[in-house]
Design a protein around this ligand. Structure first.
Ligand code: ATP
Length: 436
């Protein structure tokens, strides 16, 4: 059977990913095992009612068979998952899990699903790319014989169902470490130097440290149960990476299989079809040159044969804006980003420059072909005249050259500090899992 949970936390505490521990205790009490890695599934990053990263979790449960792998530790005790399992569909007591819900927060609307079978994949694809109505989810749950629990609005069943429905076509891992329960609101420390060392000494971890902005990206910005989380492609390397980090002591950690860094949220769109709350990639030509507005955001526009759309590199994208500022009319680009409704703009997270436009610029006025003197302009578009002998020439007689463009064709991305969970870092764009 499958269990999915979402929307249990508030901005001020808790984290849905922590619930894997009480869940594991609960299934153990029923004599059941974890089948495969627990899953952390990120959903539409443009959902206005998300708490932070719009993540939901799911686990598969059964009587374990086949190979046993270590996936974490819970208060120092090892947690294993089995490769395969026999089918079960049992009642699980959810009161223990729900005691962790931050129900007082008005934006916390938890949902839990127990499903005897895997849910249809469309729940995932719609969950990661669109806005899903709760009725649509309930209809499917009914059809698949699932049991579900809604607390308050119970919106969490949307994320929970998508987490169960996710099939790992593209995937990465994240190893998360947790503070003991009594310490969640305490100050904690993660040694930056050890993070840099780990980053340099591991091959397939990513988004650990932002060198440009001197920012440690493995630790959360708010006080949650999570001490730090390391992302990567290989569980074994993540376990080694964990040991390299110097931090406040902790005794629980787990490896999640995740859809982070897969670009699963991105859909290709023509400009006329771009809608708010989705994430898109659009091929176009720069049609309005970048300008920096108050707050340091950089705005430009691109167009294709169907229309024009505004794109913004927001201030938190830091040095990425310096690249964007170099765009000129006529540059051919492919822009990746989430679509905002108000103002209607694409919040750029990645960009490919396919062709840097050649821009002809006038370097000098022409010389008079009769007397050799430098000619003077008669006004914009009106050509040139020689003061001495009165010879006239057209506009094209001037000496032209091409504007020096420092920007090059290729890929550009926002720095680690501004990176979204789902955005695939350029480092991974050319990696094939078979070659690892
Ligand atoms: P955290 O990352 O800390 O767990 P969060 O950012 O995941 O928090 P939630 O508190 O889970 O935020 O809130 C997201 C809510 O949006 C959940 O109720 C989830 O079910 C719902 N949701 C997720 N994706 C969609 C979607 N595509 N359409 C509609 N609702 C969605």
């Amino acid at each position: 059977m499958y269990i999915g949970i979402d929307d249990t936390d508030s901005r001020s505490g808790m984290c849905t990913t922590y619930l894997v521990f009480p869940l594991i205790e609960e299934i153990r009490n029923h004599g059941l095992d974890l089948i495969g890695y627990p899953r952390l599934v990120r959903l539409n990053p443009n959902i206005p009612w998300k708490t932070r990263g719009n993540g939901a979790i799911s686990i598969r449960v059964g009587k374990g068979r086949g190979k046993k792998i270590k996936v974490g530790e819970m208060q120092g005790e090892e947690i294993f998952a089995y490769e395969r399992g026999t089918h079960v569909f049992e009642e699980i007591d959810i009161t223990r899990i729900s005691s962790y819900f931050a129900l007082k927060d008005e934006n916390t609307n938890p949902g839990i699903i127990l499903s005897p079978v895997k849910l249809p994949e469309k729940l995932y694809w719609r969950g990661v790319r669109e806005i899903v109505p709760i009725e649509f989810v309930e209809q499917i749950l009914r059809r698949y014989g699932a049991r579900w629990y809604r607390f308050k609005l119970g919106r969490g069943i949307i994320g929970a169902s998508a987490a169960i429905a996710w099939k790992r076509r593209n995937y990465t891992f994240e190893l998360l470490t947790y503070l003991p329960r009594g310490m969640w609101s305490d100050d904690r420390f993660v040694d930056s130097k050890s993070v840099v060392e780990m980053d340099k000494n591991t091959r397939w971890t990513f988004d650990n440290y932002d060198y440009e902005n001197r920012y440690v990206a493995i630790k959360p910005n708010s006080k949650t149960p999570v001490l730090f989380g390391i992302r990567g492609l290989i569980p074994g390397e993540l376990m080694r990476a964990r040991e390299m980090i110097k931090s406040t002591p902790y005794n629980s950690w787990i490896i999640y299989l995740t859809n982070q860094a897969t670009d699963d949220h991105i859909v290709r769109r023509k400009i006329k079809d771009v809608k708010p709350y989705e994430s898109v990639k659009i091929l176009g030509t720069v049609s309005k040159e970048p300008k920096t507005i108050e707050g340091g955001h950089v705005i430009f526009a691109i167009s294709d044969f169907t229309g024009e759309v505004e794109c913004t590199a927001y201030e938190p994208t830091k040095g990425f804006r310096d690249i964007v500022r170099q765009l000129k009319l006529g540059d051919e680009v492919e822009v990746y980003g989430g679509v905002r409704e108000e103002p209607f703009t694409v919040n750029v997270e990645k960009m490919r420059i396919l062709k840097v436009a050649e821009i002809r610029v006038k370097l000098e006025n022409p010389r008079c072909p009769v007397c050799g003197r430098k000619m003077e302009s008669m006004g914009r578009g009106k050509g040139y005249r020689c003061r001495k002998c009165g010879t006239r020439l057209g506009e094209d007689a001037a000496i032209y050259g091409f504007l020096k463009r420092d920007i090059k064709e290729g890929w550009y991305e926002v720095p680690v500090i501004a990176r979204r969970h789902l955005a695939k870092p350029l480092k991974l764009m050319t990696v094939r899992r078979e070659n690892l």
